[in-house]
Design a binder for this molecule. Structure first.
Ligand SMILES: [Zn+2]
Length: 176
């Protein structure tokens, strides 16, 4: 699986290597993959995410189902590119919340904090539920103004865990 390629050089198809021009449509997909160097006995550690940008035609030929994917186009205005990534990150958060996998709580929590900072989600309230502090948030979904309510438990993480997750999100969505 090719790595995430947005950078100064622009975005290229991870399958055929074609570089996209502004306005080109492409699919940006997140796949679940086995983590490198993970202990196979520890299921928590074995799954991670990888992003792949591909031409729509190349994407169709990938047999492995994507965790989530977006048909998008490279903004003509380069300054809009980070917004595109933020929208994907936001939809990824919604997808993770719907899945509600306890093993991904830390990822959900850090992603929420990042998106709060970028004002892509809105904190409604913080409350205690079954002795756990949770945040109720609203997030816009899709193209329109549909609003989804999500609840995210607050996690206590070490600095190391936080850094690790932040770097994974940086890799996926260019979020710093
Ligand atoms: Zn391609």
């Amino acid at each position: 699986m090719s790595r995430f390629r947005i950078g100064r050089k622009g975005v290229a198809c991870g399958v055929c290597d074609r570089e996209f021009a502004p306005g080109d449509e492409f699919v940006s997909a997140i796949f679940e993959v086995d983590a490198e160097g993970a202990n196979p006995a520890d299921e928590d550690e074995t799954r991670t995410f990888e992003r792949l940008d591909a031409c729509p035609g190349c994407f169709e030929k990938i047999e492995k189902p994507a965790y989530s994917h977006w048909l998008t186009s490279l903004p003509v205005d380069e300054a809009k590119q980070p917004l595109l990534d933020l929208t994907m990150a936001r939809d990824f958060l919604v997808r993770l919340c719907r899945e509600d996998n306890p093993e991904r709580q830390a990822l959900v929590y850090i992603l929420t904090l990042l998106l709060l900072r970028k004002r892509r989600v809105k904190l409604v309230t913080e409350r205690v539920e079954n002795e756990v502090t949770v945040m109720d948030l609203t997030v816009k979904t899709g193209e329109g103004d549909e609003i989804e309510e999500i609840t995210v438990p607050v996690c206590e993480l070490s600095e190391e865990e936080t850094t690790e997750i932040e770097s994974e999100l940086g890799r996926l969505f260019g979020l710093a």
